[in-house]
Design a protein around this ligand. Structure first.
Ligand code: C2O
Ligand code: CU
Length: 387
């Protein structure tokens, strides 16, 4: 390419020097140069990889892919389908709209979204299915900033993993919601009749749109009743490893954006008023710092439990992503989670406060940012130092 780049392996507990963050874990790979990523994948699951340099532009242009790590024993389903869901902003010639690339209005509001939705790079692709089969569908939201709902209509569906991390199978009622970068593995029973046509529907702020078409073959159903959905093998360490009696506590205040009322923030050691920040293309801040990576949010010793209390004081939702670690949401607006899931990216509503707990078991410099990529570029970025 004509630009420098780097690749981040999203959700994988990787060695820090392979994490792909220019300026933190490696130098950007310049145009014409090469870099060998060489790592071991410790846990099975649904992951993805994407550019981490100028990612607001490079990811919008499609520089990402799915990364599936298989379980040691095959999971008991008839089919395994990866569905990469994305959106694209096109110009009047149906090309990627370049004029609006990096538009300040997107950076200070909800990020870059586009009106064309695709599944695996196609608009409403056909998916051939067999009546009576059970399919594991791995949903991945690779959009820069769009929150997506995925609906299977009347088909029985159960979520079995979130962000690659197995959960007890949980029946899906209503759409599965994915913020940017989130993944959900859903086991779907194809209960339509032979020859039938079904729909996977995508729900966005603008309404419902067809996402893909299920086309049933002519053969008789391979089964008419379905066994209980099996759990994926559970992943160690699990919650027992968290020490919530004596954690390291950190507060993270999210501020800024349109209608956010932020008046100043620090950038490279200087306090800048909002107009100066806007000139520097920074619209957001974490704890008053507009995304320079001079200092970590905190430094912790390896194997300590960390609880980060994140308060969203902005007028927008955000998706908080921790590199290298899965965390549990232990409270939301002060209410303890009944069933704390392990995730690597958490969708937070406007005005919400969440407490996220994780075990800092992997030494290195770990980025922590909003996965609405325009927000990250415009200030919503910091890092954790695990010594
Ligand atoms: Cu998928 Cu730093 O991101
Ligand atoms: Cu954000």
């Amino acid at each position: 390419m004509e630009q420098s780049t780097a690749v981040h392996w999203h959700g994988i507990s990787i060695d820090n020097d392979m994490d792909g963050v220019p300026g933190l874990t490696q130098d950007a790979v310049s145009a014409g140069e090469a870099f060998d990523y060489d790592f071991v994948v410790p846990h099975p699951g649904t992951y993805w990889y994407h550019t981490h340099d100028r990612s607001w532009e490079q990811n919008a242009r499609g520089l990402h892919g799915a990364l599936i790590v298989e379980e040691p024993e095959p999971y008991d389903v008839d089919g395994d389908l990866t569905l990469v869901i994305d959106d694209w902003r096109l110009d009047d010639r149906s090309q990627i709209d370049e004029d609006s690339m990096g538009a300040a209005g997107d950076w200070s509001h909800g990020g870059r979204t586009g009106g064309l939705l695709t599944v695996n790079g196609s608009s409403t692709p056909d998916i051939d299915v067999v009546a009576g089969e059970r399919i594991r569908m791995r949903l991945i939201n690779t959009a820069n900033a769009r929150i997506l709902g995925v609906s299977f209509g009347d088909l029985p569906a159960s979520a079995v993993a979130l962000d690659g991390y197995p959960i007890e199978p949980r029946e899906v009622d209503g759409p599965v919601v994915l913020g940017p970068a989130q993944r959900v593995d859903v086991v779907v029973d194809m209960t339509g009749d032979p020859g039938a046509v079904g729909q996977l529907e995508l729900l966005t702020q603008e309404g419902a749109a067809p996402g893909a078409t299920f086309r049933y073959g002519p053969d008789e159903p391979i089964r008419t009743s379905f066994p209980d959905v099996p759990a994926l093998p559970s992943r160690a360490p699990g919650s027992a490893a968290l020490d919530l009696d004596d954690p390291v506590r950190v507060d993270l205040l999210m501020e800024g954006g349109a209608m956010g009322g932020m008046s100043a923030a620090t950038l490279d050691g200087q306090t800048l008023a909002m107009p100066e920040l806007m000139d520097a293309r920074r619209f957001w801040a974490f704890n008053g710092v507009a995304g320079d990576l001079d200092m970590p949010l905190t430094t912790v010793a390896r194997n300590r439990t960390v609880v980060v209390t994140i308060q969203n004081q902005t007028a927008f939702p955000h998706v908080m992503h921790f590199h290298g670690h899965h965390f549990q949401v232990i409270t939301r607006d002060g209410v303890p989670s009944a069933q704390p899931d392990w995730r690597d990216s958490e969708l937070m509503g406007q005005g919400e406060t969440v407490e996220l707990a994780f075990l800092a078991d992997n030494p290195g410099k770990w980025l922590l940012h909003c996965h609405m990529l325009e927000h990250a570029a415009a200030g919503m970025m910091t890092w954790l130092n695990v010594t």
